[in-house]
Design a protein around this ligand. Structure first.
Ligand code: ZN
Length: 345
């Protein structure tokens, strides 16, 4: 008798072979049969007309807050995702001191469009260090697996206080302390470290995120926390202001640490062939034995757009810039003016 039998679904087994129909049986927590007709199960699931696939691994999510209060991790779990990674783009909620709770909520709201009110209601803040945050995550059961990464911006604010918010350069002592805490987080179970160096990530008041202008020294210093561990990765979302320099230090970091260094491969309207250059750098790095990887979205990146949101279809148009500082209601009023609209287009 199997524990679970999934009957009659269309099976995509993840090996690259064509889909086929049949049963999937699970016994003692392991897959016992894929395809054909399985014997009876204690639990039988009718999958007629449905796809049966391995669980998806979503390497880029921002469940840092939700995972502390939501066992379901919805909507990812509803759609066949069985593992998520969060702590991406340098944003998250640990390490943190009491006085910066609101600032971190504001950052997540501004960067990822996660409503601040939901975060303020949901976050219990029963942690300060990153290992304590991992303990808080463990306190509730979760429907799917997850990995948490230590994000640069909270770490910078934790170590440097207001100097991080003012985006001052990190001193050698700051870097040493951030490196120590990154190492501590990795040893406690963090999957890696992430940062973002993109101007599309701003705080609610329109300021750049605390690590936006971090120097290469700081990034190399933090990244070297991965050295000798045998696990963990360094991830980044960058505008590639200086492509050659950025790709060179990423290659160096991957070489020095022996660990993967990944970045988000994005495109720019004004430079449609841009993606080819970082990809060339990835191939060159790999040829030297450096594990540099481009993270590519398998689907267009989903963002919330709105007059009241951080982004909308007009926000990159020069003619819209004058409206950015106005409250949403005032923006709408101005957008009703045909002269204003023609100026934006
Ligand atoms: Zn992200």
């Amino acid at each position: 008798m199997h524990d679970t039998v999934i009957r009659g679904g269309t099976i995509i087994d993840g090996t690259g072979s064509a889909a086929f129909s049949g049963d999937v049986a699970v016994k003692d927590g392991k897959i016992a049969q894929v395809g054909g007709k399985a014997g009876p199960g204690k639990r039988e699931i009718d999958a007629d007309g449905l796809l049966v696939t391995p669980g998806w691994v979503d390497a880029h999510t921002h469940y840092d807050g939700q995972a502390t209060w939501d066992s379901e991790l919805a909507p990812s779990s509803w759609h066949g995702v069985s593992t998520i990674l969060f702590g991406n783009c340098g944003v998250g909620f640990a390490p943190v001191r009491h006085e910066h709770h609101e600032a971190l909520i504001g950052l997540m709201e501004a960067v990822e469009e996660i409503p601040g009110i939901a975060l303020a209601e949901g976050l219990k803040w029963d942690w300060e260090s990153f290992p304590e945050y991992l303990d808080a995550l463990e306190r509730i059961p979760h429907a799917i697996d997850f990995g948490a990464q230590i994000p640069h911006h909270p770490l910078r604010v934790f170590v440097m206080g207001d100097r991080a918010i003012d985006r001052e350069p990190a001193t050698a002592d700051d870097i040493a302390e951030m490196q120590r805490l990154t190492r501590q987080a990795l040893q406690a179970g963090a999957f890696g470290f992430t940062t973002s160096r993109t101007s599309s990530h701003k705080t609610l008041t329109g300021e750049m995120v605390p690590g936006r202008y971090s120097e290469v020294d700081e990034l190399m210093g933090l990244g070297s926390a991965l050295k000798g561990l045998g696990y963990g990765a360094f991830g980044m979302n960058s505008d590639f202001d200086n492509e050659t320099e950025e790709l060179a230090w990423m290659t160096r970091l991957a070489q020095d640490t022996g660990r993967p260094v990944w970045f988000l491969l994005t495109d720019r309207m004004a430079d449609p062939q841009r993606w080819r250059r970082p990809m060339q750098a990835v191939h060159a790095a790999r040829a030297q034995g450096a594990m540099v990887t481009a993270q590519v979205a398998g689907w267009p990146v989903g963002v919330l757009l709105g007059v009241d949101a951080a982004l909308n279809p007009f926000s990159i148009r020069p003619g819209y810039q004058a409206l950015l500082q106005l409250p949403a209601a005032e923006r709408l009023k101005r957008l009703a003016d045909p002269a204003m609209r023609s100026q934006i287009y």
